[in-house]
Design a protein. Structure first.
Length: 303
């Protein structure tokens, strides 16, 4: 068996182009064909900006190395906005030996729920924590149940269907200037198009192109029946809450990319590059949040 190389360096370059980002992820994933490195250094010096959707997919990439026993380190400009942001949300600590991954309540930036790796047993408490944090901090009197539902449904979809060996990651951030609550969730699993088309093949149905397969997954009550939990309701429930808040839903999976926003024409792109799994960016419009219903105490007559 070949000896481990001393170090591997991955240089991260900021890009808002989905296809270019997919190319970067695909090119730098852990591969059994390569000799396993002893350490992985993630170089962020060239990044002048970074979004939550970069971080959850980058987390999936790093986690693949981490699960193989590769030690993770970062190099970055600690005086730049990217370095300071990543320090505050503890992204740079996430793969350190003493970091407590279970403590999703440890937040150092007031508008961000730090990176969390999905766990079925703690999903309900996590979704409730996120809802309560934003209700108490920014939206007193508003009902953020749509945020809770979006998180729960998206995470359950990954846990039920993705078959991702590295699991999935979520990061939630409030953009006050844009009036948006953005939930970014990613996994490096089989992907929606493959899941849909494998199911269709079993039922002697024709194969769908990637974007059409994603659209099919968004149909109400459509299910591949691979898991009983919320069968056929997950993505439809998410989009219903996006519509209710006049938000936006972006789904990237394998060669398909779909953006849906109320009042605008859907944007669909069949990419040449293949995204290694599925990525959801759920944007909820905060101006359209409903008021919380006041609990009315009922008088009880005693006889």
């Amino acid at each position: 068996m070949p000896a481990a190389t001393k170090n591997k360096i991955i240089s991260v370059v900021f890009s808002t182009n989905v296809e270019k980002w997919a190319e970067f992820l695909a090119a730098n994933r852990y591969s059994k064909k390569e000799t396993k490195p002893k350490t992985l250094t993630v170089d962020l010096n060239a990044c002048y900006f970074i979004y939550p959707y970069h971080l959850v997919s980058l987390a999936c990439l790093i986690e693949e190395y981490h699960l193989k026993g590769v030690q993770i380190s970062f190099t970055y400009n600690n005086k730049g906005i990217v370095g300071q942001y990543l320090e505050k949300i503890k992204f740079l600590d996430y793969w350190m030996p003493n970091y407590n991954r279970n403590d999703f309540q440890n937040i150092l930036i007031e508008n961000t729920i730090s990176l969390w790796k999905l766990e079925r047993e703690r999903l309900s408490s996590f979704a409730s924590h996120v809802q309560q944090f934003f209700e108490n901090t920014f939206f007193k009197g508003k009902d953020l149940l749509p945020l809770n539902i979006a998180i729960a449904e998206a995470c359950n979809n990954i846990l039920d269907h993705s078959e991702s060996k590295a699991g999935g990651f979520i990061l939630t951030q409030y953009y006050k200037k844009d009036d948006l609550l953005i939930v970014s969730i990613c996994d490096f699993g089989v992907g929606i198009p493959k899941k849909i088309n494998d199911f269709r093949a079993k039922n002697n149905e024709p194969k769908l192109k990637p974007c059409k397969a994603i659209e099919k997954a968004l149909e109400k009550k459509y299910t591949t029946k691979s898991a009983p939990h919320n069968a056929g309701l997950g993505l439809d429930n998410i989009f219903s809450n996006v519509k209710e808040t006049k938000g936006r839903l972006l789904i990237v999976s394998k060669n398909g990319c779909i953006s849906k926003r109320i009042g605008e024409t859907d944007v669909e792109e069949e990419m040449k590059a293949q995204f290694p799994g599925t990525h959801l960016v759920i944007s909820l419009g905060t101006k359209a949040l409903n008021e919380k219903e006041k609990e009315i105490a009922e008088e009880i007559d005693l006889f």
